[in-house]
Write a protein that binds this ligand. Sequence first.
Ligand code: SAM
Length: 346
Amino acid sequence: MPSSTPPPCVPLEPTSQPGPGLRDSFGRVIDYLRVSVTDACNLRCVYCLPARARFQPRDMLLTDEELVRLLGLFARSGFRKVRFTGGEPTLRSSLVEIVAATSRLRGIERVGLTTNGLLLGQQAGALRAAGLHSVNVSIDSLDQDRFGRITRRGDLRDVLAGIEAARAAGLQIKINCVVCRGLNDGEDIIDLARLTLVEPWQVRFIEEMPFRKSAHASAQHPVPEEQLLARLRAAFGELELLNGGRLDGEARVFRLPNARGTVGFISPVSRPFCGDCNRLRLTADGVLRMCLLRDEEIHLRMLLRGGASDQALLDQIKLAVIAKPWGHGLPDQVFPANRTMSEIGG
Ligand code: SAM
């Protein structure tokens, strides 16, 4: 967590029109950037972080100026959508200023945030005013005991208050639940899906992914989507498949009978959606990652601090897009090993 007041953000004035978007070597338009603003987190979810997690020293992280400069270059390269994540992004004390600077960039059309929601109660209004469009809030159980067992700390009531604040601020809301075998794959998914009967939200069930550095046994045997669907069908009746089965982002989407909202399934292991992947990831320490689940990286922080010109950085962004692999390597037993999900930015 940042220990002192960070330097103020330098608003970036766009100097040229954004480009039309970069195509990778497979013809995909890459126009979505996930940006981690800190690797630190105020939870220690058992599948994500060790109980005694250690975080990077402050000087390893991109400063606000460095980050906003890079975001301007991504916008110039044709990136249209930015999602801030972490670690826990609300721990970065300058998050509102970073969101404001990003939403002012010519070419950026959508700015989202993925958060555990604990601090959203205090920040939702300011984030919305800064230009944030949507929040994805992670909740793996609506039962305080199980929530505590999964997250090892934190109070579910604060998360729920955070969601209320997001609603009051007018932010679009999605709920993310990582399903872990034997932990929250029973009652919890029924409780979470039930929210969609009254709320207009999308509740998404995410398959647990295997990260070597945060090895969690159940990630070796993710719960298949079909099994979760069968449980929901038994509890609520037949679900309606929406969009003709086409993905909404990464999710296959259904509606429970008479529901206001929807349930989505994000199944990167059993139903990979790499063919539709349109994103790069920028870690809090300034590393560009072409695939969440592959270790190859391009180090931008060192270039930035070595005095690289805008053109040199634009060339690196282009190179990353060209180097983007077709898909992850899980079917070939290639597992991400150098970082945890929270060190990358989920
Ligand atoms: N702290 C924020 C949050 O809780 O949403 C943002 C960062 S967190 C790393 C982003 C998302 O990644 C969360 O929904 C989290 O549950 C998910 N995640 C972490 N480890 C995962 C894993 N091994 N497999 C699937 N999702 C994971």
